[in-house]
Write a protein that binds this ligand. Structure first.
Ligand code: F0G
Length: 368
């Protein structure tokens, strides 16, 4: 039977690899593009969710990590390092294990979810909780990779962007053309950069590393709509934020590394980058789990929060094709599901093990 071979083998002709490259992969990519019934009904457009939580470590980071770890091995590196709000570290730890090399991760103390922390530990990474935020961690990771023999696998490494651009290819291959709009959360801004690169490459003749010219696959590119959490929205404000804050810890970032590329993606695509509040993010999180059947972590819902906000403002056209990337799995950070909209805890009902109590608790009446 056919099995998806991971993004490098599936898209080798559009990536910087050759036949002799040793590929480090866990079978990432090939994630479902799910039609969002309730969002489609609400907007009158065809809305799809690119469900990136279905990647091997539960987030989109695996697409870039297969390329970054392949590049690390190719360069002869014995150790990699990354700064992370949690998902990059989980991914780096898993792929480093597959590659048989050492992995060090720097995470902000107390501001990463238990699920992500446990992944990095399970895969044997050297995990350091840094007394500082993600931006501080990234600064140290970059300096460490400059002065010590460790290979940096953050998205400032171009290999990461190369791998992540394959998500655009999958969207176009599935839909038959690019969508009209593509919405996604923005934190360190690697992903919006990668998607835009992928869409541009797929809509124009492309000369690959072997000098072969490939024909365009898409006839157009989408408008890129990026959404940051309001308390961590430097790209919206136009200047770095020194003390970023949001419940969406994955995107709690005040000085995105791919700042210029994100602004270019916005402007070249005729798109926008706006902010959504934590309340809007949690409402979208709840919408996805309760109406679409898709469980994501809070940061992952920022794109959907953006769609709901723009729709409420009358700024989402009907009759279009809209893709929203939901970036990470709900099991990464499940505590948010156990809280109601008004902030109180959800208490599961307890019952005795007899059918009458269970039926009564479910509000069922015996069939006549
Ligand atoms: N969504 C999730 C679930 C993330 O983990 C991240 C970034 C983003 C969105 C934003 O993507 O940074 O490319 O703009 N997480 C990084 C990490 C920072 O360390 O895991 P971006």
């Amino acid at each position: 039977a056919h099995q998806w071979r991971g993004v490098i083998r599936e898209y080798a002709e559009r990536l910087p690899v050759t036949d002799s490259t040793e590929i480090i992969t866990l079978g990432e990519g090939g994630t479902p593009l799910v039609r969002a019934k309730a969002l489609s009904e609400l907007t009158g457009s065809e809305v799809y969710l690119k469900v990136e939580g279905m990647n091997p470590t539960g987030s989109f980071k695996d697409r870039g990590m297969t390329m970054a770890m392949t590049a690390a091995v190719e360069s002869g590196a014995k150790a990699v390092v990354c700064a992370s709000t949690g998902n990059t570290s989980a991914s780096a730890a898993a792929y480093a294990t597959q590659a048989g090399i050492t992995c060090a991760v720097l995470v902000p103390d107390g501001k990463i979810s238990m699920g992500k922390l446990s992944q990095a530990i399970a895969h044997g990474a050297q995990l350091l909780q840094v007394r500082g935020n993600f931006d501080n961690c990234l600064e140290v990771a970059r300096k460490l990779a400059e002065a010590y023999p460790v290979f940096l696998v953050n998205s400032v490494n171009p290999a990461r962007i190369e791998g992540q651009k394959t998500a655009s290819f999958e969207v176009v291959d599935y839909l038959g053309d690019a969508p009209d709009y593509h919405l996604l959360p923005v934190g360190n801004a690697g992903n919006i950069t990668a998607y835009w690169k992928g869409y541009k490459e797929y809509s124009a003749p492309y000369t690959n590393v072997t000098g072969e010219e490939l024909a365009p696959v898409a006839t157009k590119t989408p408008h890129m709509w990026g959404f940051q959490a309001e308390g961590a929205s430097p790209l919206v404000k136009g200047h770095p934020v020194t003390d970023p804050d949001t419940i969406a810890t994955a995107i709690r970032i005040g000085n995105p590394a791919s700042w210029d590329a994100a602004i270019a993606a916005r402007d070249e695509s005729g798109g926008l980058i706006e902010a959504v509040t934590d309340t809007e993010i949690l409402d979208a999180h709840r919408w996805l789990s309760s109406r679409e059947g898709v469980f994501v972590e809070p940061a992952s819902a920022a794109g959907v929060a953006g769609l709901l906000k723009k729709h409420a403002a009358g700024e989402v056209p009907a009759g279009k094709t809209i893709v929203i990337t939901v970036t990470g799995h709900g099991l990464k950070d499940p505590q948010w599901a156990l809280r109601t909209a008004d902030g109180s805890d959800v208490e599961p009902t307890k019952v005795d093990f007899d059918v009458v109590s269970v039926a009564a608790a479910l509000g069922l009446e015996a069939a006549p």
